[in-house]
Each structure stands twice: as structure tokens, then as C-alpha cells.
Ligand binder design. Sequence first.
Ligand SMILES: Nc1ncnc2c1ncn2[C@@H]1O[C@H](COP(=O)(O)OP(=O)(O)OP(=O)(O)O)[C@@H](O)[C@H]1O
Ligand SMILES: [Mg+2]
Length: 308
Amino acid sequence: MIVSVTLNPCVDRVVFVPGLRVGDTNRVERVETDAGGKGVNLSRVVAELGGRTIATGFLGGGTGAQIRHVLHSQGVHNSFVEAAGATRVNTSIESGDGPPTTLNEAGPTISEEEWHRLLAHCENLFHRADWVALGGSLPPGVPPDAFRTLGELARREGCRVLLDADGEAMRLGVQMRPDLIKPNLREAERLLGTALPDRSAAVSAARDLRSMAENVIVSMGKDGAALATADGAWLGRSPQVESRSTIGSGDSMLGALLWALGEGSDWPEALRWGLAAGAATATTDGSEIARKPVVMLLYNEASVERVS
Ligand SMILES: Nc1ncnc2c1ncn2[C@@H]1O[C@H](COP(=O)(O)OP(=O)(O)OP(=O)(O)O)[C@@H](O)[C@H]1O
Ligand SMILES: [Mg+2]
């Protein structure tokens, strides 16, 4: 089973305002809302592919209830810790020309008591898990080394650990040496402190990052992904698709990859499923994620080649 932990989930709210005028009164054409957050998306993909998963983390207030409702309607098992502060809302405004304007909230402040309640709750859930997926941003109040603490807890329960985060939370988190990290090119540059200009640089970056994690994927959007494990290195090609919104592509790649490992795939084969799911999510609108039939179809068009 795959347990995902999202400490700072969000309600994704997309507001469509054709021809937005800043500083004026605007007419909203329509609003779409969805559940968001890295672990939440990852669990949705695992569930979509028929795998076993539980999403956990903090939820609070009416917005938290909304997320629970969405996950329930999508058949995604979840077991969140109730926090006093309301779950945040991330708003993006689609004006019809150019990329959307996004407004991301920091999230509610988590108390020390709530944090300890989450750790106890996770200890229980991790007991039944093969993989624990940690990632996303940390809400205010949670210690900066939260991912290291959760990762060590998961390992004590015999789980393998995926960490997908950025900045200080990631730098401190990798101190427990996760079993898998998946930085994109920009995140890999920040972890290594060097520029990565092309696809071949991604392969050596994945190899270098094995100093921080047992298995490393450096993802490159439509240009695919590099994989490094103790057994070698591979370069994967993404299926060519017409991209609509890549929100959740990284999370979809990871959900499909962990699902495939659970089904008995080896790492390059699991990466191929990941490439298919990442591309499948790129073909969907807004925060929507990959559907199984599309993933199956694109799996045939993804490829992974050994490079060393
Ligand atoms: N436009 C695209 N066409 C085909 N595949 C894509 C596209 N965008 C993303 N993917 C697939 O999804 C994977 C992950 O995407 P990307 O490298 O953008 O991750 P990310 O930056 O972590 O994304 P996220 O915003 O979800 O965190 C890629 O390796 C690729 O397989
Ligand atoms: Mg990402």
C-alpha cells in the first residue's frame, strides 16, 4: 500500500474571467474547484490505476471538508488529521490571454499538539504501507525538518520513502536519505548548485544526486526524464502529446511509478509507466489528472533506454 502525506493540501479554485481588468469590477464566467496538493494528486493517480492508497495530512474547516468530499466522490481512501485552521485555497485566474495569474496562500498555522497528533496518526498508517510519499510545502508551525522526521518514522516501520519537495524542506528532508527523489531540472539545479543545460546533463545530475537518495529521477517535462539507481542509469522519452495543463504531471508520474513498482515492475519499466501518466495528465485541463485508458495508451509510446 502507498500512503501519501500532504501537510499543506489546498482547494484548487480556477476562476475564469475573460479579459480581466485589474483595479476594476469583473464578471466571472465560471469557477471550477478541485482538491489539490502533491500527495493528494499522487493518491488520486494510484487509485485511478487500481492500486491501494491512503491519503493523509492535515485538513481543517469548510475547505477541508470540501477536499474530503471530492476525494470520497473520486473513490480515494483518506484519513486526515483534523486541524483547527482552515485548509488553504489556491486561486488561479484564467483571463484567456497568457498564463493564469495564481494566488497561493501559505496555509493555516499548525500547533505543536496538532503536529504530534499527526506523527502518532502516521505511525499507525505507516505500519501497513510499502511506500510513504512525502512532499509539497510545509504549512506555518510545522518544523522545517518535518520530512526528515516523517521519513525516519516511515523507515522504522519498514517502508520505503519518496520525497518530492523543494528548498529548505527538501535539503533537510534528504538527510534521511530517501529511497526516491524526483526533482525537475530547476529543483535539481538548486540541490546541486550547478546549471543543467541539456538532457545529457540530467543523466549526470541524477547520478550525482544519488549522494542524497538511493534512486533518483530528474524530470524534464515534455523532454522526458533521467533515472539513476544502484544498477545503472536510463533516459526516458515522454510520449508526444498536445499539452493543455501540466499541473499535477510530476505527481502523476510518481503515482504511476509507485503503483508499477507495487505490481512488480523494475525501475526502468516503472519509469515508463510514470512517463505515460505524466503525459496523460498534461493532456487534461486545469488540475484534472490522468485517466487509466489514456495512461495505458501512452505507455506504448513512452520509452526508456539504458545509458550506463
Ligand atoms: N508537455 C508534456 N508532454 C509530455 N509529457 C509531459 C509533459 N509535461 C510533463 N510530462 C511528463 O510528466 C513528467 C513530470 O513533469 P515535469 O518534469 O514537468 O514535473 P514537475 O515539474 O515536477 O511537475 P509538477 O508541476 O507536477 O511538480 C515528465 O517527466 C513527463 O514524463
Ligand atoms: Mg514537481
